[in-house]
Write a protein of this length. Structure first.
Length: 251
């Protein structure tokens, strides 16, 4: 899916996923599911995935207001900490200079040791403050990815209770027409499986959008986990589709 900037934006049009294109595809998929299977809840899952993509586009960019605010506060806290360290250092040096005649070597050693300890703690504090924006961003991203994982399982549940065995006679391993009012025809069942597979693929694309906006190892591992999960679920769906195509259904 082409990037928003296009070829004229100074790079290839296919360097990154475009969230607006993913959203458009999900909107079209929702319309197709609604037209083919009105009243079924699978279309609502497409809307949920689209809402997650909108959230990704809104929250996981450096242009987001919350991201700028956290970065500014973090940098201000670092500057304040450095100023305090500088004031403390200057004060210690002045004290040492004014008391040169009275201070023994052991006392100087204690002053230096105290300064080193303060420097180490200050370094840890600075590291923590620098990492705060990324830690907040990671937590928000992981929340989105957990939501996508849940939606993938919901899609899997939708296809799981649509069993092709209901279409086949008992002599071929089927259950001979069990299913009642909710039973689908062979063509409808195949179409339903197609929709589930497409929705799983788009769920994976939504997770990939998070990888576009983050280099965090935990985020990337979670994205990879979701991609593997949806691929495995799609493989099960296509096994059912293959069964539909190779077995003679009930008349």
């Amino acid at each position: 899916m082409p990037a928003s900037g296009g070829p004229g934006a100074g790079g290839s049009a296919y360097e990154r996923l475009d969230p607006s294109k993913v959203t458009l595809t999900l909107t079209r998929l929702h319309a197709r599911i609604t037209a083919t299977f009105p009243g079924r809840h699978l279309a609502e899952v497409a809307i949920e995935v689209r809402d997650v993509v909108d959230r990704i586009e809104r929250q996981l960019t450096e242009r987001a207001p919350w991201w700028r605010a956290v970065r500014i506060l973090s940098r201000l806290a670092i500057v304040l900490l450095l100023v305090l360290i500088g004031v403390a250092l200057v004060s210690a040096i002045r004290t040492g200079i004014t008391q040169t005649g009275d201070v023994k070597a052991l006392d100087w050693l204690q002053i230096v040791e105290s300064g080193v300890n303060d420097g180490v703690f200050a370094g840890l504090a600075i590291y923590f403050l620098i990492s705060v924006p990324n830690r907040i961003r990671r937590n928000r991203t992981l929340g989105i990815l957990h939501r996508l994982r849940s939606l993938a399982h919901i899609v899997d549940m939708h296809q799981m209770n649509k069993d092709p065995d209901e279409l086949f006679p008992p002599r071929e391993g089927g259950r001979g027409g069990i299913g009642g009012a909710d039973r689908m025809t062979r063509a409808e069942l195949g179409r339903y499986y197609d929709f589930c597979s497409e929705l799983l693929s788009l769920t994976s694309k939504a997770a990939a959008l998070c990888a576009e906006e983050s280099a965090d190892a935990i985020v990337l591992d979670t994205v990879s986990e979701i991609e593997n999960l949806t691929t495995g679920m799609s493989r099960k769906i296509w096994q059912k589709i293959s069964l539909l195509r190779t077995t003679t259904p009930l008349a």
